[in-house]
Design a binder for this molecule. Structure first.
Ligand SMILES: Cc1cc2nc3c(=O)[nH]c(=O)nc-3n(C[C@H](O)[C@H](O)[C@H](O)COP(=O)(O)OP(=O)(O)OC[C@H]3O[C@@H](n4cnc5c(N)ncnc54)[C@H](O)[C@@H]3O)c2cc1C
Ligand SMILES: *[C@@H]1O[C@H](CO)[C@@H](O)[C@H](O)[C@H]1NC(C)=O
Ligand SMILES: *[C@@H]1O[C@H](CO)[C@@H](O)[C@H](O)[C@H]1NC(C)=O
Ligand SMILES: *[C@@H]1O[C@H](CO)[C@@H](O)[C@H](O)[C@H]1NC(C)=O
Ligand SMILES: *[C@@H]1O[C@H](CO)[C@@H](O)[C@H](O)[C@H]1NC(C)=O
Ligand SMILES: *[C@@H]1O[C@H](CO)[C@@H](O)[C@H](O)[C@H]1NC(C)=O
Ligand SMILES: *[C@@H]1O[C@H](CO)[C@@H](O)[C@H](O)[C@H]1NC(C)=O
Length: 493
């Protein structure tokens, strides 16, 4: 064969290699995975179909392949197969991302399901625990408690994966006392884009350690965390009051009083949230005694216009019961996990909502939210302030960019049956816009653990990581120059 003919046929072949159709790509990817003996789920099998059901029914994606590794070597091989076939690789732990980032956040990813990496091993003397990323919070809390009554700070929903939660924040009802979940990580074991396994900590690969704590999904597949644990407090005051603002001005006064209290007065032992919905509740946990609790709460409730009668309750609970009070069901999770909701959500992480912002928020509630018969809510977690352990970590200590947020606000609009109509996005978008418009010159952060499908890439980068984005984007070039770990809202996408 002549050289010209050879080159011509090569040129003819090249485009078909680089522009491989999804089917061709899938075939070579499957081939690679089976060469490495990486366990995968066959498309169409019952397990595969179940595994593709995301927490948010509204947001579903079709992967290129679905791996369920049982060894770290399988993860390394899976990452290598993704990299060599130019298929983006995505770790999935609990699958609770609101935007289904655990399924890639778009079609065509190689999913690495961490379900087999769920061991919880406590060193009771050192008060540390090695926890596999695939564990769900309720199971993790139970396993920690069984080993010397140990605990970590984590979120409230027992089905959430410890992987996604810890890599991007992790706020719960002991966070003002013990920090975010990610503040308690001592070491991270991670499979990098080139399939190398490294440990990241304050002393080993510290820049990677920094990036993993706040933006982890873009930097590798984490197999386990080593956490600092604490002995669970056994006598905790769990409270819930009904709040019933009846006008926009009452609501804005209530929020103003709460904001002032959280910023200036709320001690770390007091952890709480206002859940604004058709039935508004104010609830939380106090890690102290009843006398001190009453001293704090009585003036606060008065300033918020909340009465203590009716369905309010104040009880004293042991640790696991304290967690169960906020878990909407048992801590221990059944397999396969099968709880789902159909919703759209947004977030805001304000340091301060000005009187104008509070007025705009309350007016929108009065005019639009109260008329919405879907199951919407707006949750104000009392996240920061002078005495919060979260705010007392230096702003640049980790990639988490919201240390100074007083409230962690979650806007949620859901339906109990049928599909969520795209025409309804305007409801929450409009609420956030009303607050933004009333806050000129302020650039509020947003929380990627409440991933908002309505954000463009640029908006996601800006609001999720604020002033940390530039450093993160530089580190992405170092640790994942080939963009193996991608997603529509992740660092570097
Ligand atoms: C019902 C419910 C309640 C919640 N309550 C709270 C709460 O109280 N506090 C709070 O802070 N948040 C809360 N969240 C938000 C939750 O923290 C996030 O949705 C979190 O990202 C879920 O983690 P996951 O592992 O379950 O999700 P996944 O969808 O599996 O993963 C989320 C992201 O993390 C990445 N990721 C997961 N595992 C790994 C890994 N091993 N290595 C690298 N990247 C990984 C994924 O690729 C994806 O980008 C709640 C969510 C739900 C649905
Ligand atoms: C989890 O623990 C079991 C029992 O000790 C062990 O066989 C298994 O290899 C562990 N898995 C991982 C991923 O470490
Ligand atoms: C909150 O504090 C501000 C001043 O910092 C004050 O103007 C406002 O009235 C306070 N709100 C309430 C409800 O006490
Ligand atoms: C409650 O705790 C405080 C310390 O915060 C202590 O001084 C006080 O004596 C305790 N009161 C009761 C009734 O136990
Ligand atoms: C704190 O929040 C405000 C917005 O309310 C922002 O302008 C400021 O830069 C933030 N400071 C830090 C250190 O993040
Ligand atoms: C966000 O939602 C609005 C509707 O409120 C829609 O017009 C817009 O296209 C959406 N943007 C993105 C990036 O999804
Ligand atoms: C893998 O990537 C890391 C980070 O870029 C680099 O330090 C390391 O040398 C690489 N290892 C190999 C074997 O290429």
């Amino acid at each position: 064969m002549g050289i010209t003919f050879f080159l011509a046929s090569l040129a003819f072949l090249l485009p078909s290699i680089t522009n491989a159709t999804p089917l061709e790509k899938r075939a070579t990817l499957d081939d690679c995975l089976s060469k490495g003996s990486v366990p995968t789920l066959a498309a169409g099998s019952a397990d595969y179909t179940q595994s593709l059901k995301s927490f948010n029914n509204r947001v579903t994606f079709k992967p290129a392949a679905y791996a369920v590794p049982t060894t770290v070597k399988h993860i390394q091989d899976a990452v290598a197969c993704g990299a060599s076939n130019k298929v983006q690789v995505t770790a999935k732990s609990g699958g609770h991302s609101y935007a289904s980032h655990g399924l890639g956040g778009e079609d065509g990813h190689l999913i690495v399901d961490m379900r087999n990496f769920a061991n919880v091993t406590v060193d009771q003397t050192a008060q540390t625990a090695v926890i596999g990323t695939g564990g769900r919070l309720g199971d993790v809390a139970t396993a920690l408690y069984k080993q010397g009554k140990q605990a970590i700070s984590h979120g409230t929903c027992p089905g959430v994966g410890v992987g996604g939660l810890s890599l991007h924040g992790g706020y719960g009802l002991i966070s003002r006392l013990k920090g975010l979940t990610l503040d308690n990580i001592l070491e991270i074991e991670v499979v990098l884009a080139n399939s190398t396994v490294v440990t990241a900590s304050e002393t080993q690969n510290p820049d990677l350690f920094w990036a993993l704590r706040g933006a982890g999904a873009a930097f590798g597949i984490v197999t386990s965390f080593k956490f600092k644990t604490f002995t669970a407090p056994e006598s905790n005051i769990v409270f819930q009051y009904m709040a019933s603002p009846s006008s926009a001005s009452q609501l804005s006064t209530m929020l103003s009083a709460l904001q002032n209290f959280t910023r200036n007065t709320q001690p770390p032992e007091l952890n709480m949230r206002l859940f604004l919905s058709a039935f508004t509740t104010f609830s939380g946990v106090y890690y102290g005694n009843r006398t001190d609790f009453d001293k704090l709460m009585t003036p606060l409730l008065t300033s918020m216009g909340i009465s203590t009668g009716g369905f309010s309750s104040v009880t004293t609970n042991a640790w696991l019961d304290t967690l169960t009070s906020f878990s909407n069901g048992p801590l221990e999770q059944t397999k396969p996990y099968d709880t789902h909701e159909t919703f759209f959500a947004k977030s805001l992480m304000p340091e301060w909502l000005s009187p104008d912002a509070l007025t705009a928020l309350a007016k929108y509630w009065d005019a639009d939210a109260r008329a919405n018969s879907r199951a919407w809510y707006l949750l104000f977690d009392c996240h920061g302030g002078k005495a919060s352990a979260i705010s007392n970590v230096a702003a640049d200590a980790t990639a988490y960019a919201h240390r100074n947020a007083t409230f962690k606000m979650q806007f949620y609009d859901r339906v109990y049956s049928g599909e969520y109509d795209a025409a309804w996005f305007g409801f929450l978008n409009g609420w956030v816009k009303a607050i933004n418009d009333a806050s000129p010159g302020v650039d509020f952060g947003m929380y990627i653990n409440y991933a908002d499908t309505n954000l463009t890439r640029a908006e996601a980068h800006e609001h999720y990581w604020l002033g940390h984005y530039e450093r993160l984007s530089g580190l992405k070039q170092v640790w994942d120059p080939g963009h193996v770990f991608e997603g529509p809202q992740l660092v570097g996408s």
